[in-house]
Design a protein around this ligand. Structure first.
Ligand SMILES: [Zn+2]
Length: 213
C-alpha cells in the first residue's frame, strides 16, 4: 500500500556524475560509494579459491574420463567448488544490495522533499564510451537511479521530468550567459557577465532545473 506524499511545492534539478553520483540544484553532492571496493578483499579471497577449485575439479573429471569411469563426476559433484561459487555469488549480491539500498535512501528522500524532479536524459551520457570500471558502475547506478525515481514518483504522486539540456556546463545558471565550452578538467568557473562563481556540476544541475522539457 503506497499513498501519495504531501506536496512540498519544491522542484529540483539533478546532474549525475562518476565521482559524485548525484549533484543537485540545491548544491548538495551525493558521492559515489564504491561498495565493490569495500568488499573487494573478501570477494577476491573466494574468487581465487573458486578458480583453483574449478581447475582441480576439471582435472579430476578428466581423469575420470581417461580411466573410463562408469559415471564420471561433474563440476556439481565437487562440494568445495560449489561452496566457493556460492560465496562469490554471495558477495556479488551483497555489493548489489548495498548499492541499491543507498540509491533507495536517496530516491526516497527526493520524492519526500520535492514535487518535481528533473533529471537529464541519460542517453547523452551513455554515449560517452568508456570501459573503465568506475564508468561502468556509474552507468549502472544512473540507470537504477532513473528507474527508482520513475516508479517512486508514480507511487507517491510526484513528477519526474526528463530533460534534454544543452550546454549545461557552459551556460551560467544565474544570468544565462554562454561562456563557451568548458573542458572536463574545469571544475569551477566565474561568469564574466554577472561575476558569480560556479561549481561546474551544481551549475549544470541548476540548468537542468531551469530547462523545460
Ligand atoms: Zn552569469
Amino acid at each position: 500500500e503506497v499513498g501519495e506524499l504531501p506536496q512540498t511545492h519544491n522542484s529540483i534539478g539533478i546532474d549525475v556524475g562518476v565521482a559524485d553520483l548525484m549533484i543537485t540544484s540545491d548544491g548538495v553532492k551525493h558521492p559515489t560509494i564504491r561498495f565493490d571496493k569495500i568488499l573487494a578483499k573478501k570477494k577476491h579471497y573466494w574468487e581465487k579459491r573458486l578458480a583453483r577449485r574449478r581447475l582441480q575439479a576439471q582435472k579430476e573429471i578428466a581423469w575420470d574420463k581417461h580411466n573410463k569411469v562408469l559415471e564420471p563426476r561433474e563440476l556439481s559433484d565437487f562440494k568445495n567448488y560449489l561452496k566457493a561459487k556460492r560465496m562469490v555469488a554471495k558477495y556479488n549480491e551483497k555489493i548489489a544490495n548495498q548499492r541499491n539500498d543507498y540509491l533507495h535512501k536517496l530516491t526516497k528522500q527526493l520524492v519526500e522533499q520535492y514535487d518535481v524532479i528533473k533529471i537529464e536524459d541519460l542517453k547523452a551520457k551513455n554515449l560517452l564510451k568508456n570501459h573503465k570500471l568506475a564508468r561502468a558502475i556509474a552507468n549502472q547506478s544512473w540507470r537504477e537511479l532513473r528507474s527508482q525515481l520513475g516508479y517512486k514518483c508514480a507511487w507517491y504522486g510526484k513528477q519526474l521530468v526528463t530533460v534534454n539540456p544543452k550546454k549545461t556546463s557552459q551556460i551560467c545558471s544565474n544570468c544565462g550567459y554562454d561562456d563557451g565550452k568548458h573542458t572536463l578538467d574545469i571544475r569551477e568557473w566565474t561568469c564574466p557577465n554577472c561575476g558569480i562563481n560556479h561549481d561546474r556540476d551544481i551549475n549544470a544541475a541548476r540548468n537542468i532545473l531551469k530547462t523545460t522539457a
